[in-house]
Design a protein around this ligand. Structure first.
Ligand SMILES: Cc1cc2nc3c(=O)[nH]c(=O)nc-3n(C[C@H](O)[C@H](O)[C@H](O)COP(=O)(O)O)c2cc1C
Length: 109
């Protein structure tokens, strides 16, 4: 098989991935007020996981929205409220159900 090592188990610290295929963080713009990922984003990520990507990294996620509310538009998801938690949990769940791992990319501002 070509690129055999790409399909072998990956290891980053304590995190084990089923292969070395990684989806790099990309701002797809699929977020909506109040700072959640949209259904379209969750479905798209699930398809990536189904397709066999070992590790999926989200686009920017803001760690909080009170100190630095920028941007108020629809660019970033944010994880500082309970309703965000449910949204992020679903995103992680659809990924793990397909045996992929997920990393949320947090930024402060
Ligand atoms: C939070 C975040 C969001 C990103 N969004 C995009 C994006 O929307 N489009 C893009 O081409 N690269 C984006 N990047 C960069 C890519 O993830 C990737 O690092 C870049 O394309 C270089 O890939 P390479 O090292 O394989 O050449 C983003 C990076 C980060 C950290």
């Amino acid at each position: 098989m070509q690129f055999k090592r790409l399909f072998e188990t990956g290891q980053i610290g304590k995190l084990t991935t089923r292969n070395k295929l990684v989806m790099a963080p990309m701002s797809l713009g699929y977020t909506e007020y109040p700072y959640n990922f949209t259904r379209q984003y969750i479905d798209a990520i699930e398809e990536r996981a189904k397709g066999g990507v070992g590790l999926i990294i989200t686009a920017h996620v803001k760690a909080e929205s009170a100190i630095d509310p920028y941007p108020i538009g629809e660019m970033f998801a944010c994880l500082d409220r309970e309703y965000n938690l449910r949204n992020f949990a679903e995103l992680t769940e659809v990924t793990r159900r397909k045996q992929s791992q997920m990393v949320h990319w947090y930024e402060v501002g």
